[in-house]
Design a protein around this ligand. Structure first.
Ligand SMILES: Nc1nc2c(ncn2[C@@H]2O[C@H](COP(=O)(O)OP(=O)(O)OP(=O)(O)O)[C@@H](O)[C@H]2O)c(=O)[nH]1
Ligand SMILES: [Mg+2]
Length: 381
């Protein structure tokens, strides 16, 4: 839109002020959701008519036609936006980047598979805009809400247990902190963004645990529907990453959770090493051979456990697994040399006892192994 007015000398300057930006941005994370995009857009158009809105699909390099469909619809509707991330994964971090790419004062987060009931979005926006709520949660666990009737008992119980755990950590009276469907003021997000862990699937728990000022929170009931099209991405890794998120929210300010896990794996490796060594010696294997076998087993075991648990979100597979094992062994080899050097130096000084020298050497090499392998072996892409 161009605003024009005559200047003193008769020229007509033109100032391009564009059109009003959106009041509400709906963030939709996507991973192989080609069959759901058109339906999501249709439903948003319908329920949000009369509201200045846009949707940002944050796609983590889907291998199906998700991005093609989004671009096709976006070609005739500027409210449809796409953020394509390459080499990064994770529902939470995708939502965070989407929110940061928006200028709207209100932001909603919603799944792409239509399990969240978009028809309550206007009610959620009104609660924030007119009733001063900072955060409005689409809730399955308050009166009027519900879960997909096709959920088996196991899934319902797991969801309830995870919810209770979340409530315990948050020390907050929120019925559905695990909800992936919520709307908030930008200020509420800005108050939490620097403390966010951005791990795994549960962005709402992260926001609630990270906020510095108490938020005015309201829950609006809805019934979680069955998935519209495509496949679920929920697996055991999601559950593990949720536990890591809760741990990070509890002890993360004192010690990185990954370092704690790395150290626990190191202790397991030490126990495995000593066990294999003892068994080999008992079977009459020469010490140097037994020590070699124990070292190899401990190294492969440590690498695999760290790859599975400590870096579940950057897990190496196939050829990457082999290269990772080699680089991890090299890093730990250098760590062992540093360990020997430091321990030997301290042992040589008069004040140090043998145990102090031993612990100091081991501690130094653990920090080295952790720090260097996190950037060399499990580097963030
Ligand atoms: N950008 C991005 N989106 C993701 C990622 N993982 C899942 N999603 C999206 O997040 C939303 C929730 O994932 P779902 O697989 O539906 O998980 P869920 O709803 O907890 O599980 P179901 O009830 O089994 O569907 C969907 O829109 C997915 O496409 C990811 O790593 N990156
Ligand atoms: Mg789903």
């Amino acid at each position: 839109m161009a605003i024009t007015s005559m200047t003193g000398d008769g020229r007509i300057p033109s100032v391009d002020v564009g059109v009003a930006g959106p009041e509400l941005t709906v963030i939709v994370p996507t991973l192989n959701e080609e069959g759901n995009i058109a339906e999501v857009v249709d439903r948003l158009r319908h329920v949000l008519s009369g509201i200045l809105w846009e949707v940002i699909f944050v796609d983590d390099d889907s291998r199906d036609r998700t991005r093609d469909v989004i671009r096709q619809i976006g070609a005739t509707d500027h409210r449809i936006r796409l953020l394509h991330r390459i080499g990064r994964r994770g529902l939470s971090s995708a939502c965070i980047e989407g929110i940061q790419a928006s200028t709207a004062p209100y932001i909603a987060v919603m799944d792409a598979d239509l399990q969240h009931d978009e028809s309550i979005l206007p009610q959620m926006l009104a609660a924030a805009k007119n009733d001063g709520q900072d955060l409005v949660i689409g809730s399955r666990y308050i009166s009027g809400g519900g879960i997909d009737k096709d959920w088996d008992e196991g899934r319902a119980k797991a969801s309830m247990l995870a919810t209770r755990l979340g409530q315990f950590i948050l020390k907050m009276n929120v019925a559905d902190p695990m909800s992936g469907f919520f709307l908030m003021r930008r200020a509420a997000f800005d108050g939490a963004v620097r403390q966010l862990s951005a791990m795994g699937f549960k962005i709402l728990v992260d926001v609630l645990a990270s906020t510095k000022t108490p938020l005015k929170v309201r829950e609006v009931p809805y019934t979680f529907r069955p998935r519209h099209a495509g496949e679920s991405k929920l697996d055991s890794q999601v559950a593990w990453e949720y536990l890591m998120l809760l741990a990070d929210k509890t002890i993360g300010q004192y010690l990185p959770v990954r370092f704690v896990l790395f150290s626990v794996v190191g202790l397991i490796g030490l126990a495995a090493h000593l066990t294999v060594l003892a068994i080999s010696l008992h079977l009459g294997v020469k010490f140097v051979v037994a020590q070699g076998i124990a070292t190899l087993i401990a190294m492969v075991g440590n690498f695999s456990l760290n790859n599975w648990f400590t870096y579940s979100d950057r897990r190496l597979r196939g050829w990457g697994y082999v290269k990772g094992l080699l680089s991890f062994s090299a890093v730990c080899g250098i760590g062992a040399v540093a360990n020997l050097g430091i321990a030997n130096f301290l042992f040589g000084t008069e004040q140090s006892s043998w145990w102090f020298a031993g612990i100091a050497g081991a501690a130094m090499s653990s920090v080295w192994n952790y720090a260097v392998s996190s950037v060399v072996t499990w580097k963030k892409k």
